[in-house]
Design a protein around this ligand. Sequence first.
Ligand SMILES: [Zn+2]
Length: 452
Amino acid sequence: MSKAKLQYVCQTCAYASPKWLGKCPSCGEWNTFVEEMQAAAPRAAVRTAGPAAVPVPITEVPESQEPRISTGREELDRVLGGGLVPGSLVLVGGEPGIGKTTLLSEVCNVLARDGRTVLYVSGEESAAQIKLRAQRLGVASPHLLVLAENDLDAILSAAEQTRPQAIVIDSIQTVYTPSLPSAPGSVAQVRESTAELLRFAKGTGTAVLLVGHVTKEGQIAGPRVLEHIVDTVLYFEGDRQHAYRILRATKNRFGSTNEIGVFEMRPEGLREVPNPSAAFLSERAREAPGSAVVCALEGSRPLLVEVQALVTATVFGMPRRTASGLDYNRVVVLLAVLEKRAGLHLGSQDVYVSVAGGVTVDEPATDLGVAAAVASSLRNRPVDESVVAIGEVGLAGELRAVPQVEKRLQEAARLGFRRAVVPRHGAPEHAPDGLEAVEADSVAEALARLVT
Ligand SMILES: [Zn+2]
């Protein structure tokens, strides 16, 4: 019989150490170690003489078309891969206050309205508080059951009695199983509770949705320690200061991880944004220097966004560079290429680059747009507002081909753009109606067309 052992566990990545550490050697985070009791003994692995599983020839496995449940939110359905799969375990992660609870409350409402029994478990709010928020969001259905509970055993017995088709746990970090000595929110508790819920989901065919808070402090276990247990991981991106939220799948056993869903936070709840390009460009600064429109591809979806740059003379010695919504290192490399290959003197200039609307774009095809915004701000001349810039910039200053250029041009044409500067290599044979594709070999040539 082994005794319960004390250990220190990183709450971000679950790295365990026999002594406390300031910095995690595995994930590099600071102050994330919390004292945890190791599970006293692994559950006795008793081999029961149950019916043995028999291997089946693959040709005789029946083709199963997973029946999916629509969540009533097209943007969410797309990210899930076409709807919620019964018996699946879905983790919805994001910073506190970003809209996880709002989105799942709305989903509960739709499912309950369609006559499905939904169990909403909150470890953070009382039943009365849940009702207050539900009223604000216009949620009212007798099929929606609410439970204010933290004890996993109580939650599972309630679920067994009510037999819901879907369960929402808000949040997984507040749930604890009494069989473990660690505190709620610790890695051991969060993992064990999730594993129990997985068994329940698979055993009963109930779809289980978990809310997982991502916190900077690292005092509670982050959703990352659960990613390998659950079927699907969705993360909310964006920040509370901006209205737009992007829901992205980082893991999905039932669909692609490329798709994104776009939402807008409104007082009455999360509104879907079916036409994100138009929304992201709605506040665009027209005919202002330092602004360029790029077309990024998110999964199968082209997305037009505005890149802004501000270039000003450095006051104190070292020039400053910042990038928000873009990869910082990529921007720094791009600035070096512009200096060396396009004759832009940025050595004594501060450069601030950002993507408007709080969106993050992480694609080399946006390079040319960033270069255009920087050149435009430096020369104090605007980029023509009817032009979109597409292309990856190489270290030699060449403009490199990007995937699916036709799709991007179609989106640009749909939103009324009349010209697009594209790499000559891989340029489309026919541009969509109303749009002229201007080909360029190098970033210098492209900038000559964009910033006149
Ligand atoms: Zn760690």
